[in-house]
Design a protein around this ligand. Structure first.
Ligand code: CDP
Ligand code: MG
Length: 767
C-alpha cells in the first residue's frame, strides 16, 4: 500500500499542491519577460498582497517575519562591517590561483569552456581579468551574459565595487566613472545602465541577442563571457548558434562559455572540440538526508526542518529552496510565526526572502553577514542554485520543486508550472552547503523519489516553451530554414511549426515563411510579437499609436493595481473608478493618463491604490518605445478620445485569443471551444454588460480558465483582421429568407418551363 501511495507522488502531487498552495502557480503568461530571461519566479507578481503602494515589501503589514527582524536591525547594521579587504577577498577565490593559466588558454583559443564550482569566481572575476589584460582597449568592451536579470544587476553592482576598490589602491580618487553604469554597467530589457565609459557590460542573454540584430558581428566586443551556460535558457541556446558564426567570422573575438556543472563536453563538442578549462574547486563534504516518508506539504515540511536545525544543530546559516514568491512568503511567514510563539528566549533567527520581484535593496540583504550569534535563514527560488553565491551556508533544505515555464498545448501558450527538479539541480542545491565547511543537505523527498522520479537533467527551455519570439528574431537574422539552424538541442519540430503558424496569422510571415515588411518592423521592438503587431497596426491603420504605446507599456510591467490583504474592498472600489466598461486595456490607458495628469505623483498613486514604482516603470518603458518608434519615423499619433479604433488595434493582435458569449457571463474560446470565464478583476465583470465577442491578453488557469485583461470587440473586426481564422456567417433569418427566395425562384422557373413545354406540346398537336 505504501509503495502504491509513493508511486502516485511528485509528478501528480505538484498539481494538487499547485492547486491549493500556489494560487497562481499556473498563471499563464503571455508575458512580461518572455524574450529575455529564465526568470521562473517573475509571474508570481500578480500577488501583490505584501507589497505596498511604493512597490516596497511591507513586512509588518502582511507577514510576521519582519517583527522578528526589526528587533535586530540596528544591532545588525553595526556589525556588517567587512573584515577582509576587497582585494584579499578576490585573491582568496579559487579562480585567482589559475588566473594566468586561464588567460593563456584564452589568448591561444577563440572559444574556451570554463567549468568551475559555483562561487569559484567565474562571474565576478573573469571579466575583470580580461579588463586587466587589456581586452578593453581601442574602444572595445567585454560583455557578460546572464540568463537572469536579478543576477545581471546584482553582479554588476558587486563588480563595480571591486573595480573601484582596485582604482582606490592605485591612489586615484574615485569619480563618476567608477560608479555603477560607468566602467562597469549592465543592461536588461527596458533598462540600460551603461555609458560611453563602460568597459565591462553585464546583460541578459536576450539583450545581446537583440544587439546582434543591429550589428551582426557585434564589433565593439572584444570578448563575450556567456555565463551560466548549464542553465540552457532559451536565449542562451539561440546565442550559441549566433555567436558560433560570429567567432568564425571574427578571429579577434573571444568567446568564453562558463558552466557550473561538469557536463561541459556538450558545449565543447558544439564548438568543434574546443578546450575545457577546469577551475579547481574548494568544496567540503556535504551529508545528504532524505525524507523518510513522502511529504504532503513542502512549505510546512521546510519550516519544520528549519526549526529542527535551528534548535538542535551547531551555528551556520540555512538556505531553503522554494518555488516562487508566494511559497517563499508563506514559508517566511509561518517560520516567523512559529519563532514568535516559541517566545523571546529562543535563539534569534534572521529570515530573509529572495526572489526576482523583491526590491533590490532587500535582495542585497542576503549577502550581508548576520551579527554574531544570529543564524541567517534565506528562503530563495532556484536563483541561489548557481547564479548567486551566499557565503556561510551550512544547511540546505531542498523542497524538490521549482517553477518552470512550460508550453501548455491546451491553452496554446506558456504557463509557469511548479515542477519537480532534476537530479542535477538537486545535487547543485546540496552543494551549496559545502562552500565554507562541512555541510548538511536535507531533501524533503524520499530516496526512492529521487532515484525513480527525478530526471537526470532539466529539459532545456528551448524544448518546452513557445518559440515565436526567437523564430521572428532568427528570421530577421536571415535564417531561412529554421530546421537547418544549428541548435545545440533542437526544439521539437512541432514547436517550430506552431510558432511559424502563429507568426503567419499575425502577418509577420508570408505563405513561403519569409518575413513580411510587417514582420521586419515587428522584430525591431523588444516585445512579444502580438504586442509589436498591436503597435504597428495602430500606427498603420488606426492613427492611435500614442494610446497603444501606453497600453503596451502598461502590459509590459507587473500589474500596477495594489490590493493589500486587509483593504481589499477599499482598493477594489478605488480600482473600479478607473474602469472603462468595455475594456481592461482601455482601463490601463485611463489609469496611465490620469496618473500623468497628476504628474505620476507618488502620493496620488498611494491614495488610488496604484503602485507608483510600477507606473514609473511603465513610463520608462513608454519613453523607450516612443524613441524606437521615432527612430523609424513612425511618429506617434493620437485618436483624440475616439477609443473604438484602439479596440480594433487590440483585436488585430489578439484575435486568436477571442471568445464568444455562450450564456449569461459565460464565454467559450472561438478556436478551441474551451469555456473561459471573465476574471473577477475585469472591468467587464459584473457590470451587466456582456458583449458578444471579446479578445483577451492571457488566460489564467486555476480551478477553471479565466480570461484576464479583456476587451469587447466587434465580430466583423475578427473577420477583417483575422480573416485566416474567421469569416462572416449569415444569420439564421438571412439564410431562411435566402432559401425562401431560392425556392420561389426555382418554382417560378419550373412553372415557366412547364408553361413553355405545354405551349410546345400545343404547337405540336396543332401541326
Ligand atoms: O560565478 P561563480 O559562481 O563562480 O562565482 P561568483 O559569482 O563570481 O562569486 C565569487 C564570490 O563573490 C563569492 O564568494 C560571492 O559570495 C561573492 N559575491 C558577493 O559578495 N556579492 C555579489 N553580489 C556576488 C558575489
Ligand atoms: Mg556565476
Amino acid at each position: 500500500l505504501r509503495q502504491e501511495k509513493e508511486k502516485n507522488t511528485m509528478r501528480q502531487k505538484f498539481w494538487e499542491l499547485g492547486g491549493s498552495k500556489m494560487g497562481n502557480a499556473m498563471r499563464v503568461k503571455k508575458d512580461d519577460d518572455n524574450d529575455e530571461e529564465a526568470e521562473p519566479d517573475q509571474a508570481a507578481s500578480s500577488s501583490n498582497a505584501n507589497v505596498n503602494a511604493n512597490g516596497e515589501v511591507d513586512y509588518k503589514k502582511s507577514t510576521g517575519y519582519a517583527s522578528h527582524m526589526a528587533k535586530q536591525k540596528t544591532e545588525a547594521a553595526s556589525e556588517f562591517a567587512k573584515t577582509k579587504s576587497i582585494r584579499q577577498q578576490r585573491e582568496f577565490l579559487p579562480i585567482f590561483s589559475v588566473r594566468d593559466e586561464l588567460l593563456n588558454v584564452i589568448r591561444e583559443n577563440n572559444v574556451v569552456i570554463a567549468v568551475g564550482e559555483t562561487g569559484s569566481g567565474k562571474t565576478t572575476q573573469l571579466v575583470q581579468y580580461l579588463l586587466e589584460e587589456g581586452y578593453c582597449t581601442g574602444g572595445h568592451i567585454v560583455g557578460c551574459t546572464q540568463p537572469r536579470r536579478v543576477a545581471a544587476m546584482s553582479v554588476a553592482k558587486r563588480v563595480s565595487e571591486e573595480v573601484s576598490a582596485a582604482v582606490q589602491e592605485t591612489g586615484r580618487a574615485l569619480t563618476e566613472v567608477d560608479q555603477l553604469g560607468g566602467t562597469v554597467g549592465y543592461a536588461i530589457r527596458f533598462e540600460d545602465c551603461t555609458s560611453p565609459h563602460t568597459k565591462i557590460k553585464y546583460m541578459t542573454d536576450g539583450v545581446l541577442l537583440r544587439e546582434t540584430l543591429s550589428d551582426p558581428d557585434i564589433n565593439h566586443y572584444s570578448a563575450i563571457v556567456m555565463d551560466e551556460a548549464h542553465e540552457r535558457s532559451l536565449n542562451s541556446d539561440i546565442l550559441f548558434g549566433v555567436l558560433r558564426k560570429v567567432v568564425a567570422r571574427r578571429s579577434d573575438m573571444k568567446l568564453i562559455v562558463t558552466s557550473a556543472t561538469l557536463s561541459a563536453d556538450t558545449f565543447s563538442n558544439y564548438f568543434g572540440g574546443v578546450p575545457v578549462f577546469r577551475i579547481p574547486g574548494r568544496t567540503f563534504p556535504v551529508e545528504t538526508y532524505f525524507a523518510k516518508s513522502v511529504q504532503e506539504d513542502y512549505v510546512m515540511a521546510a519550516v519544520k526542518q528549519a526549526l529542527q536545525i535551528h534548535f538542535n544543530h551547531e551555528p551556520g546559516d540555512i538556505l531553503i529552496f522554494m518555488t516562487g514568491q508566494e511559497d517563499i512568503e508563506g514559508t517566511c511567514t509561518v517560520l516567523a510565526e512559529k519563532m514568535e510563539k516559541l517566545g523571546g528566549d529562543s535563539p534569534p533567527l534572521l529570515v530573509l526572502p529572495m526572489y526576482s520581484q523583491l526590491p533590490a535593496d532587500l535582495q542585497a540583504k542576503i549577502f550581508e553577514t548576520a551579527p554574531k550569534g544570529i543564524r541567517k535563514c534565506i528562503v530563495s527560488t532556484n536563483v541561489a542554485e548557481t547564479s548567486l553565491t551566499v557565503d556561510g551556508i551550512k544547511y540546505v533544505i531542498d523542497s524538490g520543486f521549482c517553477k518552470l515555464k512550460v508550453f501548455n498545448p491546451k491553452i496554446g501558450m506558456d504557463a509557469l508550472v511548479v515542477t519537480p527538479i532534476s537530479k542535477a539541480n538537486a545535487n547543485q542545491r546540496s552543494g551549496r552547503a559545502g562552500r565554507t565547511g562541512k555541510g548538511y543537505a536535507f531533501r524533503l523527498y524520499t530516496d526512492r523519489q529521487f532515484r525513480e522520479e527525478l530526471m537526470e537533467n532539466a529539459v532545456p527551455e528551448i524544448q518546452r516553451t513557445n518559440l515565436s519570439n526567437v523564430v521572428l528574431l532568427l528570421k530577421s537574422l536571415g535564417v531561412k530554414n529554421l530546421l537547418d539552424f544549428n541548435f545545440m538541442s533542437p526544439p521539437p519540430e512541432e514547436n517550430i511549426m506552431n510558432s511559424l503558424y502563429q507568426l503567419w496569422i499575425l502577418g509577420a510571415l508570408d505563405n513561403n515563411g519569409d518575413l513580411t515588411p510587417m514582420g521586419r518592423n515587428m522584430s525591431d521592438f523588444p516585445l512579444d510579437p502580438p504586442l509589436s503587431k498591436m503597435l504597428l497596426y495602430a500606427h498603420e491603420h488606426g492613427r492611435c499609436s500614442s494610446e497603444v504605446l501606453i497600453i503596451v507599456s502598461m502590459l509590459s510591467v507587473p500589474s500596477v493595481f495594489f490590493r493589500p490583504k486587509d483593504r481589499e474592498e477599499e482598493s477594489d472600489a478605488a480600482r473600479e473608478k478607473f474602469f472603462v466598461p468595455e475594456s481592461d486595456h482601455l482601463t490601463l490607458l485611463n489609469v496611465y493618463l490620469r496618473a500623468k495628469q497628476y504628474k505620476f505623483d507618488a502620493k496620488w498613486c498611494n491614495q488610488h491604490f496604484i503602485h507608483s514604482k510600477g507606473i514609473r516603470k511603465a513610463r520608462e518603458v513608454h519613453s523607450q518605445l516612443v524613441d524606437l518608434m521615432k527612430q523609424r519615423r513612425f511618429d506617434p499619433q493620437s485618436c483624440d478620445g475616439s477609443w473604438d479604433v484602439i479596440r480594433k488595434a487590440i483585436c488585430s493582435a489578439y484575435f486568436y485569443n477571442s471568445s464568444k458569449i455562450k450564456g449569461i457571463g459565460e464565454y467559450i474560446n472561438m478556436l478551441s471551444g474551451i469555456p473561459a470565464a471573465l476574471h473577477p478583476s475585469s472591468a467587464l465583470f459584473g457590470l451587466g454588460y456582456t458583449p458578444d465577442y471579446v479578445c483577451y491578453h492571457e488566460l489564467i488557469s486555476t480551478s477553471k480558465e479565466y480570461m484576464s485583461c479583456v476587451t469587447a470587440v466587434d465580430g466583423y473586426w475578427l473577420a477583417e483582421v483575422g480573416s485566416m481564422l474567421f469569416s462572416v456567417k449569415e444569420s439564421y433569418e438571412t439564410t431562411l429568407l435566402r432559401r425562401q427566395k431560392d425556392r420561389a425562384e426555382q418554382a417560378k422557373m419550373e412553372q415557366e418551363l412547364q408553361k413553355k413545354q405545354k405551349l410546345e406540346e400545343e404547337e405540336r398537336q396543332k401541326e
